[in-house]
Design a protein around this ligand. Structure first.
Ligand code: C2E
Ligand code: MG
Ligand code: MG
Ligand code: MG
Length: 278
């Protein structure tokens, strides 16, 4: 009994420390937007069939004066817990739409993806997207909203909001596909355009079981008339495997890591038939 009690105390202390950490992170994050500590970087999306860059995914970066570079995998979950994701997400989509319009003057109609947390799926977000599209004149289909399965599962309200977004003409992608719990019947009901195969399957494509999962997802996109994007391509072997399976749109370090906005145009221009695509 006594041991049990001690154990409870230890657990409580650890929890307390975690709570303090989270509270500090939340406070720092509140300063981040105001003090311009956030920025978006862009990872090229390549069409291997045509050998060109067709778009980019925007990824958030936080350069904190006290913490240094904080990874989104660390701060996005905290922002989701605190509710700050609403403000961060709003800021992100404004940045991204503005950036897409700036790139328009170069005459390249790049698609531009932005990650959207399930918690952002509220009527106000639909209004924000509607307003941004109207103000900017951006062709709606060029804006890709990336949602994860976990943000959607069994939530009819969110699914109907995705329908409203899609009615605006934007493109909707399910990110990290294969890691969530989507049932096939549920997937069929979702108003979406793209499945992004999770990096974990691409990572281990040499493993037959992972290759089989990747193939199944690619076949599924064909059956459901969706587009397929593979993320996390690091080797030429992975690339040729995916090409053989019929997935043409890819992202990964093999082509480029996420880069600053001002670097992307030079990358796009210089891409052409690079060595990698043969
Ligand atoms: P994600 O949307 O699935 O983004 C892909 C992640 O894989 C990015 O990590 C990207 O830098 C990384 N990646 C791309 N190619 C490769 C590769 O070849 N090898 C490896 N090892 N990694 C690769 P990042 O930028 O750290 O973002 C992590 C996650 O944080 C994202 O996963 C997304 O879920 C979330 N996130 C990032 N920015 C935002 C944002 O603005 N809003 C929201 N809600 N979430 C975001
Ligand atoms: Mg994404
Ligand atoms: Mg992903
Ligand atoms: Mg992810």
């Amino acid at each position: 009994k006594r041991e049990g009690r001690n154990r409870v105390e230890v657990f409580t202390a650890a929890m307390g420390a975690a709570l303090v950490d989270r509270a500090r992170m939340t406070a720092d994050l509140a300063q981040a937007i105001e003090n311009d500590e956030l920025r978006m970087v862009y990872q090229p999306l390549v069409d291997t069939g045509r050998g060109i860059v067709i778009g980019a995914e925007a990824l958030m970066r936080w350069q904190s004066p006290t913490r240094g570079n904080v990874r989104p995998d660390e701060f996005i979950p905290i922002a989701e817990e605190s509710g700050q994701i609403i403000e961060l997400g709003d800021w992100a989509i404004r940045q991204v739409v503005q950036q897409a319009v700036e790139w328009d003057v170069t005459g390249r109609d790049l698609k531009i993806g932005v990650n959207v947390s399930g918690l952002q799926l509220r009527p106000a977000f639909v209004e924000t997207v509607r307003d941004l599209l109207a103000q900017s004149g951006l062709e709606p289909a060029r804006l890709i909203l990336e949602l994860t399965e976990s943000g959607l599962v069994d939530d009819d309200h969110r699914i109907s909001l995705i329908g409203l977004l899609r009615d605006l003409g934007v493109t909707v992608a399910i990110d990290d596909f294969g890691t969530g719990y989507s049932s096939l019947s549920y997937l069929r009901r979702l108003p979406i355009d793209i499945l992004k195969i999770d990096r974990s399957f691409i990572n281990e494509l040499h493993d037959q079981r992972n290759a089989a999962v990747a193939k199944t997802i690619i076949d599924l996109t064909r059956t459901l008339s969706l587009d397929c994007v593979a993320e996390g391509i690091e080797t030429e072997e992975q690339l040729s495997q995916l090409q053989a399976l019929g997935c043409q749109s890819v992202q990964g370090y093999l082509f480029a890591k996420p880069m600053e906005a001002q670097e992307l145009m030079a990358f796009v221009a210089g891409f052409g038939a690079t060595a990698v695509l043969g």
